[in-house]
Design a protein around this ligand. Structure first.
Ligand code: ZN
Length: 214
């Protein structure tokens, strides 16, 4: 029986490299969704096996069987079904989907991610973290748009400039206040993400990164 510790995914590339992804399309392509089928699916990094899971296929569902490490470090056996759903393809045949097994979810998804349980990215809060990152990026972009209007050098790490000639003071004060709000939101988001990243690095036994000199 295989197993892995529970990890939390993050946004972007790491989302899938960090977590154990179980892609129903891959299982279907490899002919592993036939009832009565049984496979041991393995994940490896640089050719080294890091986790595995036993999958038993029944009619319209797969039984996931693996071990998960709890906070106390004990390995816990896990076994539960992930239901399958089928939709017709344009070119004939049918396409398989997972129903997210997390309680109260049931979303139709192609990929389940394992932490301690296999669930869709929404259930793993990946969507939330990605949204946060997008919000931070947007805040930085908006701050930069204002900097351009004010004739300041782009980049919120650069010093603020003066009021451009010909601009009303009230306009300048308003734009400067907006700029500072966007810049602060962006800094806060970056600091939070750096904190998350550092917790993960430390969890892997690596050195945390310095803060951004702020
Ligand atoms: Zn879900």
């Amino acid at each position: 029986m295989g197993g892995f510790g529970s990890g939390r995914g993050q946004c972007g590339k790491d989302t899938t490299s960090d977590m154990r992804a179980l892609d129903v399309r891959r299982l279907q392509r490899d002919g592993l969704l036939t009832p009565g089928g049984y496979i041991n699916w393995q994940w490896s990094i640089n050719g080294e096996k890091v986790a595995d899971i036993n999958i038993r296929t029944e009619a319209n569902r797969v039984i996931l069987n693996y071990r998960s490490r709890s906070n106390s470090g004990e390995w816990q056996p896990m076994e539960y079904p992930a239901y399958l759903e089928w939709t017709p393809c344009n070119l004939g045949g049918r396409r398989a989907w997972f129903r997210c097994p997390a309680r109260g979810c049931g979303r139709r998804v192609a990929i389940l991610f394992g932490g301690s349980i296999f669930a869709c990215r929404h259930c793993h809060k990946l969507a939330y973290q990605c949204q946060r990152e997008t919000d931070d990026d947007r805040a930085m972009r908006r701050a930069d748009n204002i900097r351009r209007r004010l004739g300041w050098e782009a980049g919120i790490a650069n010093p603020e400039g003066d009021k451009p000639k010909g601009m009303h003071w009230r306009t300048f004060e308003r734009l400067k206040a907006e700029h500072d709000a966007f810049a602060n939101a962006s800094w806060a988001g970056m600091a939070e993400r750096l904190g998350l990243m550092n917790r993960r690095l430390v969890g892997l036994g690596l050195e945390p990164l310095d803060d951004m000199g702020a």
